[in-house]
Design a protein around this ligand. Sequence first.
Ligand code: ATP
Length: 384
Amino acid sequence: MAAVRLEGVVKKFKAERGFFEWGRANHTDILALDHLYLDIREGETLSVVGPSGCGKTTSLKVIAGLETIDQGNVYFNDQNVNEVRPIDRRIGMVFQNYALYPHMISRENLAFPFRLRKWPEYKIDEKIEFTCETLGVELGALLGRFPKTLSAGQKQRVALGRCIIRNPSVFLMDEPLSNLDAKSRKKTRVEIKRLLNRFRITTVYVTHDQEEAISLADRIAVMRKGRIDQAGTFEEVYHHPVNMFVAEFIGDPPMNFLHLTLKKGKGGLFLENGLRIPLPTKKFQALKKEEYLNKEVILGIRPEQIKRAEMAPSSPEMHRFNALVEEAEVKMSGILLFLEAGGHKLIAAIDSTLPIKRGDKIELAFDTEKAKIFDRDSQRVIVS
Ligand code: ATP
């Protein structure tokens, strides 16, 4: 097992010229990784999430040594591996599209690297048996079949087996479940989780699916434009996002953002613009200190933190407000309300069995202690 560290890694790609661009002016390079710093502790699972094209796959390829870098360093356990060949990095990779050898039955797919090294048959058998035991009996039942006869979930199981049989020091997974249907996705996710818990192999897991990231990872890294904006436990990135990008990216539906101006009145500081929201002492001290008075700031409220007023505890921090229901969507876990309040659009995820429909006027409440306040220009959090 190895801890992995990326320090100031820069990776540029030459922009490919398309048919219509031949002969035109020079193209600028694509900056896929822009001084990327990433620390993956020994034995932990780090999930990397971020919008399409932000550099997730490129980061995995750089760790695996499949892409060269233009600047920076990659370390495995404090050893600089910039010049170490991919084969010598002992990486296990699982991709979205399995990459099994189609002309070999599953057993041979697993045995292949050992055949190359001319291992005796009985030792290969032992290895395969151990791998099947690790992944569960289902893999054993698939050993005699060719990839084309397997379902997507079964193929992914063989691919996982092929990965762990080599006893990797680092596991790299690039959206391994995205080709599976919802049911096999959940099932395979549990298998991967069991595997990771049992072996505690250092793992980087790229996914678009937040639920997957939360359930599998010890920490989540939120990536944007070739850099990591924040890495931390789910609790950290969800409850203490460093900026609006992280606050919006983590959480579904995303956080509500209200543009409001900080004012001073009789009762203390409050935020105003259609709504009037008094602020708790802790928040207003921080804002006052940083001289935000009479300036616009952005208030962030999670949809799930908005409650029906009658269900909300009566504390001074609970801010009550009226809203018009523009749309209501019934979900398994409650109701999703699309609201208008004081000229602002909001989404609330209400845990309620009461029928609420479009056009209703309702009273809602949220805890101002839990709301976040962001700087309008830098988009960084001011008070969390
Ligand atoms: P997705 O979520 O869509 O898979 P990603 O976050 O994994 O995206 P990357 O595949 O790492 O993103 O790509 C990062 C950037 O580098 C993108 O702008 C992409 O177009 C570019 N890129 C990646 N590989 C190449 C390549 N071989 N040649 C040119 N540009 C590339």
